[in-house]
Write a protein that binds this ligand. Structure first.
Ligand SMILES: N[C@@H](CCC(=O)N[C@@H](CS)C(=O)NCC(=O)O)C(=O)O
Length: 214
């Protein structure tokens, strides 16, 4: 089976990189340079008209959207136990992916680029402030969920990788996240895993390549 992951540094595509690595999958990564707008190239738009990563190619078949990608990885590599085995918990895990993608990610995107959602002059700070407030509300919920636990379920799952990315992205903005001690401990725990360490080394190498090409 040929697995290709379209990825860009910093982005949510790092979560499937982590889970594919946890699964012991053989996969090729095709990094896109967002600074050069490679996600908007005609070739990439043919694969993904949404101009987003992550995107998976499996024997040439295209799969987009983090939730679907994570589910595919978990189902294809069941020995890695990337979804909880209990059917109800599996649904809760799908809910967590959906929350990361649809409930948390959009606020990170607004903080990163307010003009994408509001072009009224002078409103950038306001968009950022409101997005940050929504983000904090979500992190408080996650912090309560993670109280007294190592992971969202009784072992590491794909949900942990996805939420790790959300929290990591938030650390890259000027936000005070000190109230979310359980999220931070979870972040550190996931980041210590060999899969995340491998990702960080890979990310650095891609960023260096892109810097050279700038
Ligand atoms: N709903 C998608 C969102 C993916 C997404 O927004 N990816 C961002 C990076 S974190 C992206 O590729 N942005 C590029 C663009 O919008 O041009 C998912 O969960 O996979």
């Amino acid at each position: 089976m040929e697995i290709v992951l379209y990825y860009a540094p910093i982005t949510c595509a790092l979560a499937p990189y982590i889970t594919l690595t946890e699964a012991g999958a053989k996969f090729e990564v095709r990094p896109l340079n967002f600074r050069k707008g490679q996600q908007n190239s005609p070739e990439y738009l043919k694969l993904n008209p949404k101009h987003k990563v992550p995107l998976l190619l499996v024997d040439g078949k295209v799969l987009g959207e983090s939730t679907a990608i994570q589910l595919w990885i978990a189902r294809t590599f069941p020995q890695a136990k990337l979804m909880p085995s209990d059917p109800w918990d599996e649904l809760k895990a799908i809910g967590l992916h959906s929350w990361c993608s649809g409930g948390i990610h959009p606020f990170l995107a607004r903080i990163n680029s307010p003009p994408r959602v509001c072009d009224v002059p002078g409103t950038e700070d306001s968009v950022r402030r409101l997005a940050a407030a929504n983000l904090m509300e979500n992190f408080k919920i996650a912090d309560d969920m993670l109280a007294g636990r190592e992971f969202f379920f009784d072992h590491f799952t794909a949900s942990d990788a996805h939420f790790y990315w959300c929290f990591r992205r938030a650390t890259q903005f000027e936000l005070d996240l000190s109230a979310f001690k359980n999220c931070k401990a979870h972040f550190d725990r996931v980041q210590q895993r060999p899969s995340a360490q491998k990702l960080l080394v890979f990310e650095k190498s891609v960023q260096e390549e892109f810097a050279k090409a700038a």
